[in-house]
Design a protein around this ligand. Structure first.
Ligand code: MG
Ligand code: MG
Length: 308
């Protein structure tokens, strides 16, 4: 059983609209704590993170929105996450995906301090690989992956990274909306991407299993970042960036069940839930069920098969 620590991140500034700042409250209202307690886990709710004081920060790209504020959030989030003791499982309740810049900065350093390599499973319709230069929307929820890997445009603007995430240790699933500059970043960096076409053709089990084998062989920490828009909008309407053709109910649960069986997941963030756009808590409740699957809930206990 795990010792879980909830940290709420009431952040919406990476999206250019209000709503995601209500996410932590919606996860609590949907019963996330009770769901994990019923599975036998210990849950400590550490409350909400607050941003650091905002300092003036400028970048030549004029479209970037709330850059000084996002920088202030990133440093605060990284510090809080890093302070969570080893052996405790941080579960970050977002908040838009710009929060994951700080989450990855803190967690990659935490893994390095324990002497373990750091791996990232990214479940999202988007790759969030924009740099400060390439962003055309200016919404910084599209940039956390590029920052966390140490991309140069963030240097001197975002907080310095003590341990950049190795792009070869990143596996993305569910991707179906990628801008040309992000495509180039993915190709050059060596990130593994299983887009929806690949999932249609091959399913989720084989590619996920291959990634988990790598994490296991390396003895790594594994962080899972789940963007609500990974899921098909038909089952998860509570997000501002819906893209048709997302993961189904069963594909999502199978991923969570396989992650639980692997025993490899050391941290989790839940990003982009917008309760204002949700349908009577339906998306929040689905997310709670998915986290419960990740943490061991199953319909039937399956006997371990012997191949001897
Ligand atoms: Mg995202
Ligand atoms: Mg997304």
């Amino acid at each position: 059983m795990a010792n879980c620590s909830f940290l709420g991140i009431p952040l919406h500034l990476g999206t250019g609209r209000f709503g995601c700042e209500m996410g932590p409250s919606a996860f609590r209202a949907a019963g996330l704590g009770d769901a994990l307690s019923e599975l036998g886990h210990t849950v400590a709710d550490l409350g909400l993170i607050e941003p650091d004081p905002v300092k003036p920060v400028k970048h030549a790209n004029p479209v970037l929105k709330a850059l000084p504020e996002i920088v202030a959030w990133t440093s605060a989030i990284a510090r809080r996450v890093l302070a969570i003791p080893q052996g405790t499982m941080p579960i970050l309740l977002g908040g838009d995906h710009s929060m994951t810049a700080g989450v990855l900065a803190g967690l990659s350093q935490r893994a390095a301090e324990a002497g373990r390599p750091f791996f990232l499973l990214w479940l999202d319709a988007h790759s969030d690989c924009h740099t400060l230069v390439s962003s055309t929307s200016g919404n910084l929820h599209g940039a956390p992956v590029a920052y966390a890997t140490g991309e140069a445009s963030f240097t001197g603007i975002y907080p310095p990274l003590s341990t950049p995430v190795d792009p070869r240790n990143i596996c993305m699933m569910g991707i179906r909306s990628v801008d040309p500059s992000e495509k180039q970043f993915i190709a050059e960096s060596g990130i593994t991407v299983h887009d929806m076409r690949s999932i249609d053709e091959n399913g989720v089990a084989a590619p996920l299993d291959a990634f988990l084998q790598r994490v296991k062989a390396a003895g790594g920490d594994l962080h899972v970042s789940l963007d609500v828009d990974f899921l098909d909008p038909g089952i998860a309407p509570g997000v501002g960036t819906t893209v048709p053709g997302g993961a189904t109910f069963r594909e999502a649960h199978l991923i969570m069940e396989m992650l639980h069986d692997s025993g490899l997941v050391t941290s989790l963030d839940l990003a982009e839930l917008n309760p204002f756009l949700d349908d009577r808590g339906r998306t929040a409740l689905l997310l709670v069920d998915l986290v419960a699957s990740l943490m061991g809930r199953r319909v039937l206990d399956r006997p371990t098969r012997s191949y001897a």
